[in-house]
Ligand binder design. Structure first.
Ligand code: PEP
Ligand code: MG
Length: 880
């Protein structure tokens, strides 16, 4: 079989399509050569050799040596030099190259083929002894560190010693004679460290380097990298052997690394760095300061390649255009100029920031390099998140004191406060605050709103803090378990430090990191390109995108980001306003229905006003309102003064209030008296909410002659009867309101599917439902038997150990939770083919989960307002 593929000098056996076999580097070298770009000739030893090598107890396939020798002979003929020849030696580079680039693997050995004899040949042929000896010492250094595993400090020590001895500061001041001394020192040192002389036989050098590349596929760093990036071991790496060209042979030589567009802004300019008279590693090593490519980008004192080497630069500009036209994407290239002649050493699709990826995709579509659909595919939806929030300045110094879950993206910086009230008070004075809590509860909402960011030490990705922060667009780090919070002393302890209230911290909600002090940030700028890409995405997507929102601010934000309605209005979030909480508590503490009704009558006007706002903002769009869901004890008064207040309104005493509070408290509230169970046992609550909804809808209908179509949603249904009973209540209130007002509006009543039983009997539930909305937060919790509020403590370990591929509260567990969604969708539609299906769990804003929703044929996804653009783009990609 064929193990070796040639490229360059008119024989290109590979192509860009053969990345799996030849690795990214090898495939693209062959591709560049075949489209006529100047590539020094060479060959690629395939990834299959790597696989075979490991399958056969580290033995190469039998034909390999012969094929390598043939390919090498071809290179010799092409360049008119001979490997190991004392007069005209061929030197080669040896580089690793997997399918995807993998830092952590052996990378490059240059100048291979030099020894005590060929170095003289190189000196004669180039007429430059200094260059030859410098090349030789570079080779020993690279080969020594990457192949023989000699610590690179040992090499630097020797150079430093020679420089000290000669009284010079810079490498450039060393002469041929000095490099000669360095080489002698290197060889002695290598022999001392490895117990063997530095290999002089070029053949042995070549096979040593090839062996090191294949060996590096299994080194610890590469293994770790593969595990972190899901790269299978079976892929293997290729080895590229290529004739050397020299950028360090004089002032008409250079080497450089550049991008065909600016990788941080996306701007359509030639971007990069080069160095005259240098070899590849000098550009990255930081010993000399690389210079800019284009004159337009040159600062005073800099010498651009455009100015210094106009001919080679002009050729490179041509190459740039050719590459973009050929690859239809921004390229990251490496080149060398040897005696004014340009050579291409690498090309690959360039890494870029979120902002650049957006601009490049839109620009390239406008330039006709790609079409709109391709542009939509090009931008990673998760990257959009970065564009909508401030981010930490990548160049800012920082060191994290703790790491929690990346619960809501964006960076935030402010002074530490430990209570919602203090957050609000200090924010009102114009201070930026970070609210730090062990966990948050609905009572903290005002403080969360006032804060720039939220940090909790307990709770997972669907904990209260995480869900609410995402909804508000506040950066949040949740479940940072290594931080200890002590409310009493107003301090937090992390990483051996104590920070007190009033001291500054910075959060990165995209990584979960927490920093002491201030870290510089970059504000987001939404470009016109953003709107353009969204438009293109909207053209191709099938899934509708709604938002989870309950306040006018959130609803406005959602509209601004293109939400097509509200998919989940959590009415309990409307109950915590200080003006209302008193009435809510009065209702809960009331021991009789009559007492509850009195309190509910106080709440009715508030609720009605809320719904009026939402209907107005969402004019003409669907609004799904979920009736009260959480266990009542979440609203209980805790502080003495709160208890006293409620006691007074109810005409009871504080002791009685405490007793009632104890009665209402539950051992396992997530599985307790919540959801429709509240509606079944206290019908008056749902009746009040239904009345508020219908009265608001009627008012809008009368005012605008275009009544909204409310979608009323019953939570936590497990039995059909629960839905039938609550639905009957809603229908009854509707008829009453329509009769009283003489105005009729259409409405729907549906249910959340968020318990396994509901999913399994979805055909029966569908009989009583106009729509289903999958509550995948509770469904995940109940399918896994995994508490939403406690999972943050141990789930990261599960992900680290590979027990779970991802946090299932972030990205839907397709095998388990997804299977139930599929069953419920099929059963539901089996009974009612037009049954409207949506999802409103946190997964509704997660790109991978959105792909799943598309595959199940849901009608819409609903997510927090700030994730609406992400969802629009992900939905488009899922449809393509
Ligand atoms: C859910 O359970 O997925 C859901 C959307 O409801 P909540 O998060 O309010 O329980
Ligand atoms: Mg739920």
């Amino acid at each position: 079989s064929k193990w070796v593929y040639s490229f360059g000098a008119g024989r290109n056996e590979g192509s860009a399509q053969m990345r799996n076999l030849l690795g990214g580097k090898g495939a693209n070298l062959a591709e560049m050569a075949s489209i006529g770009l100047p590539v020094p000739p060479g060959f690629t030893i395939t990834t299959e050799v790597c696989t075979a090598y490991y399958e056969n107890g580290r033995q190469y396939p039998a034909e390999l040596r012969e094929q390598v020798a043939e390919a090498l002979a071809r290179v010799e003929t092409a360049v008119g030099l001979k490997f190991g020849d004392h007069q005209k030696p061929l030197l080669v580079s040896v580089r690793s190259g997997a399918r995807v680039s993998m830092p952590g693997m052996m990378d490059t050995v240059l100048n291979l083929g030099l020894n005590d004899q060929t170095v003289d040949g190189l000196a004669n042929a180039s007429g430059d002894a200094r260059f030859a000896w410098d090349s030789y010492r570079r080779f020993i250094q690279m080969f020594g560190s990457v192949v023989l595993d000699v610590d690179h400090h040992r090499f630097e020590e020797i150079i430093e010693h020679v420089k000290l001895d000669r009284g010079v500061l810079e490498d450039t001041e060393l002469t041929a004679q000095d490099w000669h001394r360095v080489v002698a020192g290197y060889k002695d040192m290598v022999e001392e460290v490895t117990g063997e002389p530095f290999p002089q036989d070029p053949e042995a050098q070549l096979w040593g380097a090839i062996g090191a590349v294949f060996g590096s596929w299994m080194n610890q760093r590469a293994n770790t990298y593969r595990r972190l990036h899901d790269i299978p071991e079976s892929w293997g790496t290729a080895v590229n052997v290529q004739a050397m060209v020299f950028g360090n042979m004089g002032s008409d030589c250079a080497t450089g690394v550049c991008f065909t567009r600016d990788p941080s802004t996306g701007e359509n300019i030639f971007y990069g760095e080069y160095l005259i008279n240098a070899q590849g590693e000098d550009v990255v090593a930081g010993i000399r300061t690389p210079q800019p490519m284009s004159e337009a980008r040159a600062k005073p004192g800099e010498r651009s390649m455009e100015a210094a080497m106009p001919a080679a630069y002009a050729e490179l500009v041509q190459v740039r255009a050719t590459l973009e036209k050929h690859y239809h994407d921004m390229q990251d290239i490496e080149f060398t100029v040897q005696q004014n002649k340009l050579y291409m050493l690498q090309t690959r699709n360039g890494k870029r920031t979120a902002a650049a990826s957006l601009k490049i995709a839109v620009d390239m579509a406008r330039e006709g390099l790609i079409d709109e659909k391709e542009a939509v595919q090009r931008v990673n939806p998760a990257a959009l998140d970065q564009l909508l929030h401030p981010t930490l300045d990548p160049s800012a110094k920082r060191s994290a004191i703790a790491k929690g879950l990346p619960a809501s993206p964006g960076a935030a910086c402010g002074v530490i406060v430990f209570s919602a009230d203090e957050a609000e008070a200090r924010a009102q004075k114009g201070e930026a605050v970070i609210l730090v809590r062990i966990e948050t509860s609905p009572e903290d909402i005002h403080g969360m709103h006032a804060a720039k960011g939220i940090l909790t030490t307990r709770g997972g990705m669907t904990s209260h803090a995480a869900v609410v922060a995402r909804g508000m667009g506040r950066p949040c780090v949740a479940g940072a378990g290594s931080i200890t919070v002590d409310y009493a002393s107003q301090a937090l302890m992390a990483g051996g430090r104590t920070l007190r209230g009033g001291e500054t911290i910075t959060l990165d909600g995209a990584t979960g990191e927490v920093f002491a002090g201030t870290v510089a940030m970059i504000e987001p700028k939404l470009s016109g390109d953003f709107a353009t890409l969204m438009e293109w995405a909207d053209k191709v997507r099938r899934l509708k995108v709604r938002a989870n929102a309950e306040t006018p601010v959130d609803a406005d934000t959602a509209r601004k980001f293109g939400a097509e309605g509200i998919g989940l209005c959590r009415t309990e979030h409307m109950f915590f306003d200080p003006e209302r909480i008193g009435a809510v508590r009065q209702m809960i503490m009331a021991e009789t229905e009559q007492g509850r009704r009195a309190a509910l009558a106080r709440l009715l006007p508030f609720q009605r006003a809320d719904f009026l706002d939402l209907f107005r903002i969402m004019a003409g769009l669907p609004v799904t309102i979920r009736l009260l869901d959480p266990p009542l004890h979440e609203f209980l008064p805790h502080a003495e003064h709160e208890l006293a207040e409620v006691a007074e309104t109810l005409g009871a005493d504080v002791e009685a209030m405490k007793r009632r509070a104890a009665e209402l408290s539950e051992a396992n509230p997530m599985l307790g008296h919540r959801g429709c169970r509240l509606g079944v046992t206290f019908p008056e609550i749902y009746e009040m909410q239904a009345r508020a909804i219908f009265e608001a809808a009627v008012a809008i209908g009368k005012e605008t002659h275009k009544a909204p179509v409310p979608e009323i949603m019953i939570p936590l249904v497990a039995m059909t009867r629960e839905l039938e009973i609550t639905r009957a209540m809603v229908d009854k209130v509707a008829q009453q309101v329509f009769a009283e007002s003489g105005y009729h509006v259409t409405y729907q009543v549906g249910t959340m599917i968020e318990l396994p039983r509901a999913a399994l009997i979805a055909d029966r539930i569908a009989e009583a439902a106009d729509f289903f909305s999958f509550g995948t937060n509770d469904l995940t919790q109940t399918v896994f038997g995994l508490s939403r509020d406690d999972a943050g403590k141990f789930l990261p370990t599960y992900v680290e150990k590979g027990i779970l591929p991802k946090d299932p509260f972030v990205s839907i567990d397709i095998d388990g939770v997804g299977a139930l969604v599929r069953i419920a969708a099929e059963k539901g539609r089996g009974v009612k083919p037009d049954l409207k299906l949506g999802i409103c769990g946190e997964h509704g804003g997660d790109p991978a989960s959105i792909h799943f929703c598309e595959s199940v044929g849901l009608d819409y996804v609903s997510c927090s307002p700030y994730r609406v653009p992400v969802a629009r783009l992900a939905a488009a990609q899922a449809a393509l």
